[in-house]
Design a protein around this ligand. Structure first.
Ligand code: C2E
Ligand code: CA
Ligand code: CA
Length: 423
């Protein structure tokens, strides 16, 4: 590619021209190539320039003669389309570019794919301001990266979420090193005796600027940016270490750690679990791994295989959020599990909703035949607890028994709660 890299003002100038080409619609397609810095340090800057030139040549060939392909950064290109017939045309162009970029390229002796993200914004539909148009394409390209889709068209509704996710993504990668993560522990009791059997570890992130961030929000981001194995490793070790701090009287209590669908695709996961148990000298039966039913269903055969191997190490397996996945009797029998956790959504309305009661009772009957423990989670009142016991749930968890608590508070709760030790 012969063109030199445009500076930001030159780029905005070109966008002004695009915007002024009204009444015809225009689109800005922003293409970011990732990982080239690394390739540059291994194979040299010339190799990278060659890659970009080759890709640009192919892209140009796929565009219309009056579309403009420009270089807006060392690893960034833009396409300006002035004569848009409709939005579909912009998507079509982005799709064609993505297909070219998906083709592996030769680098030295190897052939590999260059990861990329593409964001598309429209004028005048979305804005008549060049800076805004660029910002929209930028946000859309971030969305393309986070969602791992070849391209994204800017969408006003996504703006806020994506901008915040972007902050989360950068900061989350350093959260462990900066000691911003902690675990809360939520008690789990046996329903007939009221005896405490253990606690579930729930991850907390204390962001220095944004305050507490919910796991439901940051775990999907961690999965996307590939740091979930690190977080799970941190969680396993922290939970097993803190379990030891609960004291002698609590040495029989188990701890449950939530694992992500991605952990089940990682061959090293089983080794990590064994190593963590070894480091903290913990009998495997005192560790429960909770995995949601829906993540199991992503690749059932391989999940079953990994769960079987974990169980043969002696670790307990709990199927979380049960009832929300694609349960079918056919696979129910083969589930390598010790425990089913009935999803909170069935528990909340159990007193009023006959259907929910029916579902819980059906799950309990099936689980009993398979000799599985059944946990009701999200138990919020005495009355709900009583009904669940009637229905046959043998383990109970929820705000009514105890909220998730930081380690210090959980330790105090253990010391004060003489009941659970002797009941
Ligand atoms: P989950 O595993 O289903 O965890 C139970 C969630 O329900 C927790 O939310 C807990 O605080 C909340 N909860 C417990 N009892 C009650 C109750 O009586 N009423 C109500 N309304 N809520 C109750 P939390 O801590 O926000 O965690 C949300 C989800 O994030 C978890 O759902 C789990 O899927 C995930 N998560 C949390 N920590 C980890 C972790 O360390 N690793 C992984 N992979 N996922 C985690
Ligand atoms: Ca759980
Ligand atoms: Ca759950």
């Amino acid at each position: 590619m012969k063109q030199s890299i445009l500076n930001p003002l030159q780029l905005l100038g070109r966008l002004d021209v695009l915007i002024d080409s009204a009444p015809r619609q225009g689109a800005l397609i922003l293409i970011r190539l990732h990982g080239l810095k690394r390739i540059s340090s291994i194979f040299g800057a010339r190799a990278v320039e060659q890659i970009i030139a080759d890709l640009a040549k192919q892209m140009k060939r796929s565009l219309r003669p009056d579309d403009n392909l420009l270089r807006s950064g060392r690893f960034e290109l833009v396409v300006l389309i002035a004569g848009l017939v409709n939005q579909g045309h912009a998507k079509l162009a982005a799709n064609k570019l993505a297909r070219i970029l998906e083709t592996p390229v030769e680098i030295g002796e190897t052939v590999r794919k260059i990861p990329f993200s593409i964001g598309v914004s429209l004028t005048p539909d979305q804005t008549r301001e060049s800076e805004q148009l660029l910002r929209y394409a930028d946000i859309a390209s971030i969305a393309s990266k986070i969602t791992r889709t070849p391209y994204q068209l800017y969408n006003h509704d996504d703006l806020e979420g994506i901008v915040t996710d972007w902050d989360i993504e950068g900061d989350l990668a350093n959260a462990i090193a900066r000691h911003q993560l902690s675990l809360d522990y939520q008690p789990k009791i046996r329903s007939d005796t009221g005896r405490l059997i253990g606690a579930e570890a729930l991850m907390r992130w204390h962001h220095p600027v944004h305050g507490p961030i919910q796991p439901d929000r940051f775990i999907p981001v961690a999965e996307n940016i590939g740091i979930m194995p690190k977080l799970t490793w941190w969680c396993l070790n922290t939970a097993l270490r803190e379990r030891l701090e609960w004291g002698e009287a609590a040495s029989h209590l188990s701890v449950a750690v939530n694992i992500s669908a991605l952990d089940l695709t990682d061959e090293r996961f089983i080794r990590s679990v064994r190593n963590a148990l070894g480091i903290w000298d913990t009998p495997p039966e005192l560790l429960t791994l909770e995995i949601t039913e829906s993540s199991l269903m992503k690749d059932l055969a391989s999940s079953i295989d990994i769960l079987n191997r974990l169980r043969s190490c002696g670790v307990r397996i709990s199927i979380d959020d049960f009832g929300t996945g694609y349960s079918s009797l056919a696979y129910f029998k083969q589930l390598p599990a010790d425990e089913l956790k009935i999803d909170r959504s069935f528990v909340i309305n159990i007193l009023e909703d006959d259907l929910d009661q029916h579902i819980v009772s059906t799950i309990v009957q099936m689980a009993r035949k398979l000799e599985l423990d059944i946990v009701a989670e999200g138990v919020g009142s005495e009355a709900i607890q009583a009904r669940l016991i009637e229905l046959g749930c043998n383990l109970i968890q929820g705000y009514h028994i105890g909220r998730p608590m930081p380690q210090v508070q959980f330790n105090a709760w253990l010391r004060d709660g003489i009941d659970w030790q002797f009941l």
